[in-house]
Design a protein around this ligand. Structure first.
Ligand SMILES: Cc1cc2nc3c(=O)[nH]c(=O)nc-3n(C[C@H](O)[C@H](O)[C@H](O)COP(=O)(O)OP(=O)(O)OC[C@H]3O[C@@H](n4cnc5c(N)ncnc54)[C@H](O)[C@@H]3O)c2cc1C
Ligand code: SF4
Length: 1018
């Protein structure tokens, strides 16, 4: 390609396959500057090795290769100006400069300007910034050698340690002979003699220097003395000598050069030897339930190595042999087994589909899972036939990759694709395979994940901190540790269903509460404490966290609401683990427990911005409940919260939780931008805490698994807080009871709640119903029963926080599995100035478990094969920031009943969700800001995961029956003895996490109800 850059026509190449510049503008980019007499083509062997993962831009420097050769302008500074203009031309924000010999001097001169976005400098046999040490005779000979083939051949012999392949020799010769005379002379007579050595201390980025042991042109000791030793301002200089190579390293030893570069720019991969997890499992570092879960998976993997004893099917159960062959071949390309691994992804997918187990949602544009995969595999084969006239399995790997890339691109040939969206199907298949692969302990070893060894928790959780026992990289064995050296822990209770009062079905209880999450549990406890007879009906089971919650994402997936929801719209939101839970405690079983309060202005969105709606109550109505909840739950937080706008607010009862690696990095990145940060308020205990009626709850052990269940009892989920209190005060919690219907009398009041337990239908008599099933199941139940919808608002106004995440990888050891996932917060963007959107957002640091990370990575970037596995090697160096941003209600975002039915025969819900202009603008603002934060913190491989979080709205609270489902007390306008208390009643999304506000509303609804009851107004 040619472009007019810095007033000169410059030629360059721009290579990168999956990273195709246009799709990922911020993908890490190498910019290559060649040696004297070379061209962009001199880099080809290296580019072949790096471009599968990186974008590679190689320049013909002015006067060389195909670039223009002006008469003048060949000082080192002129070349550096060209580089600056090239970077500007491509808008590069994350790049590494690679300079060879003369290109090395130019690269150093440019790097000394400290340009934004330059991450590292790679110098290959660099000409020093001081004058190049050659004699006048040598110089004169070189000047006169211009354009002479014999001299060029002699030079080639001198600067290489052994002969290059003929094709490369020809390239070197050709480049030499087409150099312009102006550039040739200028370098020899001026550029190489310029003394710019005072620039060296101004280079502040990490520098890798490669030198050939046999280099006689610029000898290693010269490079060591004149370059390496004088780089005084950078924190990282590494010099590597390559054996059997001289001056033309990128052509002589491309593999070694590529490896050295990869290792330098990538965070050190933490890889543990095969058998590490098995060794860990024999220690007391692992809880019994984690050991059970992982041992079972390991045994399945091992059986696959000797299929005679395999418990997994050797032959497919669901797929035809032909489909299975295709699937196996696809798996081998998308997620090839790393060395010595035997994970049979195809068999796992076949087995999963055979038993019909889902993950809680699917894109509405795809058919049900079984059908999608059967048709998808057939369609991949059709594409293979269309492109190569062979089945996919019969193709060679290059052809298979080409087929997969065509499918990924979204417009592959093949009749089946006309009714099956290729891109979405590809994403689904890839995500499923990535989740299976990285759930396997043997794959986890390859990325250095030992998060499962958390029986004692973690104390070394900051950047570059490891426990005394924790394996360093490349160790051979894992040390054992005795039980005596571990701190003992106890939690208050670990009974599945504690003893409780029971009510008969005919007994007309005061309240039936449907759902025991953040909305149901607080009011249940309040009503029981007021002496009311309360029965809670909960679809999920009573868990025994201490003995059942494993540190294993797959084992813990039973905590998520896994009944299938259909997700539609241009920004279709993910359900399953992303959104709601099932079990006594609801979604709080796997929430992160961030508990910021809503601000007064959050409740007045319409008054402030003229969009959305105001809440029919104010901060003053919620304040006493916020105060009460923070004390009751034991929220840990800073002594003075920087964004507090309530002068009368009590301080948090507990000191903040310690900051993990991600939090420290976010702090580092925010400081130079003047963004204030603070340890987040979090309902996980930083110290033991006495809970009246429950006993002592133990402090958080930093095991970082909050989003898949806290086995310690430190996190204030409802099962260890309000629910035990409610039971002590006489409430009955009936687990595994799924509510389906309501019986009403002639006046329209509900008299019975109908539910199913173990396939049998029951009816509980009641005076009042509190529907707290969450923002999907609550409207779904109402729509199925045709209830409480005179306003037409049931299911409407669905909202989900804009939840953009920006991930980066760092040189430091981050270990994202340690510490509460969200340690640091900033609300400086609550109402940002000079923006083009309504509302605002908050910023939070985030840690992440490996399966979740892999799944997001493939959905977000569609990485597969080597680039995916390469990226995952940096898992231990990964940190994220996410936002929670305002989301406006739109008519097009709503929940409806679909025509598909679930196993109970009930219609599945379909949720439509698309961002409006406001969400897009807010997201763009946050995207730029978070990238700037990560840039300041030193991140590499920065990428964005577009997502939405939390399910909000669908049964709006308001002052008027015409446009709301419930009044400010949570009472239905249509059915006086029906209340709703959950995420569905929020009129607007708030720019903070919702759980504390849901609980506050729940307590308020209970108090209002009790007040009315006292007045005989029940
Ligand atoms: C991974 C994750 C992290 C989160 N992190 C945070 C955070 O850090 N801070 C924060 O504020 N919020 C967070 N949230 C959100 C927060 O957990 C939810 O907003 C909140 O728990 C929702 O409360 P709810 O009462 O509306 O619904 P839920 O808590 O989901 O409770 C609904 C309950 O109803 C039951 N149910 C549903 N249908 C029926 C039926 N037909 N019959 C019987 N029972 C039924 C369900 O099993 C469930 O137990 C997070 C959520 C997730 C998933
Ligand atoms: S609160 Fe979270 S980090 Fe703390 S012990 Fe529980 S799961 Fe681990």
């Amino acid at each position: 390609m040619d472009e007019q850059i810095n007033g000169v026509r410059l030629h360059f190449t721009d290579t990168g396959t999956y990273t195709a510049a246009h799709a990922f503008p911020n993908v890490p980019t190498f910019v290559f500057l060649h040696y004297f007499g070379g061209s962009s083509l001199s880099w080809q062997p290296l580019i072949d090795r790096l471009s599968p993962r990186y974008r590679c831009i190689a320049l013909d420097m002015r006067g060389f290769g195909d670039s223009e050769a002006p008469a003048t302008g060949y000082a080192v500074a002129d070349y550096a100006d060209d580089v600056a203009a090239l970077i500007e031309h491509f808008h590069l924000t994350d790049f590494t400069l690679v300079g060879h010999s003369m290109g090395g001097k130019v690269a150093m001169a440019y790097a000394a300007r400290q340009p934004a976005g330059l991450r590292e400098l790679i110098l290959i046999a660099p000409s020093p910034l001081s004058p190049e040490p050659i004699s006048d005779d040598e110089r004169q000979y070189a000047v006169e050698a211009y354009g002479q083939r014999a001299a060029a051949e002699q030079t080639l012999r001198t600067i290489t340690a052994r002969p290059l392949p003929a094709e490369l020799q020809a390239r070197v010769m050709d480049d030499n002979l087409r150099s312009s005379q102006a550039a040739w002379r200028a370098w020899l007579e001026h550029g190489s003699r310029e003394d710019l050595s005072t620039l060296l201390p101004q280079i502040s980025v990490p520098v890798l220097i490669l030198s050939g042991e046999a280099d006689k042109t610029i000898k290693p000791d010269v490079i060591q003395r004149e370059v390496a030793a004088r780089l005084s301002s950078t924190w990282r200089v590494q010099m590597i000598m390559l054996p059997d190579a001289a001056h033309l390293l990128p052509l002589e030893s491309p593999d070694a050069v590529a490896d050295a570069i990869r290792h330098f720019v990538n965070p050190q991969p933490n890889r543990y030897p095969a058998g590490s997890v098995r060794a860990l499992l024999t220690t007391d570092l692992v809880t019994p339930q984690t050991r059970r879960a992982l041992t079972e998976r390991l045994e399945n993997t091992e059986r696959l190595e000797s299929p005679a004893t395999s418990s997994l099917p050797v032959a497919p159960q669901l797929f035809t042999p032909a489909e299975f062959d295709t699937l196996r071949a696809i798996c081998a390309r998308l997620l090839p087994n790393a060395q010595d691994l035997h994970i049979d992804l195809a068999a796992q997918l076949d087995a999963r589909l055979q038993i019909g187990k889902g993950n809680g949602w699917r894109y509405d544009v795809l058919p049900p899972d079984q059908e999608a995969h059967q048709r998808g595999l057939q369609a991949v084969d059709e594409t293979a036939y269309a492109l190569y006239e062979l089945s996919f399995a019969a193709l060679d790997i290059w052809q298979q990759d080409a087929v997969l890339r065509t499918v990924q691109s979204g417009a592959p040939p093949g009749a089946t694709w006309k009714t099956l969206p290729a891109k979405r199907y590809f994403e689904e298949l890839l995500a499923e395979l990535a989740e299976c692969y990285y759930s396997d302990p043997t794959a986890q070893e390859t990325i250095g994940y030992v998060g499962m060894a958390d029986a004692a928790g973690w104390s070394a959780i900051g950047l570059n901190q490891l426990e005394a026992w924790e394996p360093r990289h490349n160790i051979e064995t894992i040390p054992n540790i005795s039980a005596a050296s571990l701190p003992t822990r106890q939690i208050a209770s670990d009974q599945a269903a504690p003893p409780m009062r029971h009510y008969t079905l005919d007994e007309v209880v005061d309240a039936v509460v449907i759902g025991t999450g953040a909305g149901g549990a607080p009011l249940m406890a309040r009503l029981a404490a007021a002496g009311m007879r309360v029965v809670a009906l909960e679809a999920g089971k009573f868990w025994k966290p201490q003995s059942e919650f494993a540190t294993d994402e797959r084992a813990q997936s039973a905590l998520y609401w896994n009944d299938e929801r259909l997700s539609a719209g241009t920004d279709a939101t993910a359900f399953g683990n992303n959104n709601s839970g099932v079990g006594v405690g609801g979604s709080t079983l796997h929430y992160t427990a961030y508990t910021p309060r809503a601000h007064a202005d959050d409740l007045r969105l319409h008054s402030e911005f003229g969009v959305g709606v105001d809440w029919p109550l104010s901060y003053a109505d919620l304040k006493p409940y916020y105060d009460e909840l923070e004390r009751y739950l034991g929220v840990s937080g800073p002594a003075a919260y920087p964004w507090n706008d309530d002068a009368a607010r009590p301080s948090y009862p507990l000191a903040p939780l310690p900051l993990n690696g991600a939090a420290q990095l976010m702090q580092r990145g925010c400081e130079p931008l003047g963004i204030r940060t603070s340890p987040a308020p979090n309902a996980a205990l930083s110290a033991r805490y006495y809970q009246p009626g429950v006993g002592w709850r133990e402090a958080c052990t930093n095991r970082g698994f909050c989003q898949a269940g806290c086995s310690v009892g430190a996190k204030a989920s409802m099962d260890v807080t309000f629910i035990p209190n409610a039971i002590q005060d006489g409430a009955e919690v009936r687990a595994e009871c799924f509510v389906t219907q309501f019986v009403r009398d002639s006046s329209g009041q509900i008299t019975h709640v109908v539910y199913i337990k173990e396939g049998v239908e029951y009816r509980q008599a009641c005076r009042t119903v509190f529907l707290c099933a969450g923002a999907v199941e609550t409207p779904r139940l109402l729509l199925i029963n045709g209830l409480a919808n005179s306003s037409g608002q049931v299911g409407k106004n669905f909202m989900a926080h804009v939840g953009l995440q920006i991930w980066g990888q760092f040189h430091e050891d981050v270990r994202p599995y340690k510490g509460i996932p969200g340690g640091l917060i900033s609300e400086d963007t609550h109402r940002p100035k000079g923006v083009d959107f309504a509302g605002g957002y908050l910023l939070q640091s985030i840690g992440v478990m490996p399966v979740t990370y892999a799944s997001q990575l493939v959905r977000g970037r569609l990485l597969w094969g080597e680039p995916l596995q390469d990226h995952m090697l940096g898992y231990n160096h990964t940190a994220g920031i996410n936002i929670l941003g305002e989301c406006l209600p739109y008519p097009g975002n709503y929940l409806e009943l679909s025509n598909e039915h679930d196993a109970r025969g009930l219609p599945k819900p379909r949720i439509h969700f698309s961002y409006g202009e406001n969400e897009r603008r807010l997201e763009s603002h946050a995207d730029l800001l978070m990238r700037a934060i990560w840039s300041n913190a030193g991140a590499r491989e920065v990428w964005a995961f577009h997502r939405s979080a939390h399910i909000i709205g669908t049964c709006r609270m308001g002052s008027h029956s015409a446009d709301a489902v419930v009044n400010p007390d949570g009472r239905s306008f249509d059915i006086p003895n029906l209340y709703i208390a959950d995420n569905s009643i929020f009129p607007s999304a708030l720019s903070v996490n919702p759980a504390l506000t849901i609980m506050a509303l729940s307590l308020r609804t209970a108090d209002r109800f009790i007040e009315h009851a006292k007045q005989g107004n029940m």
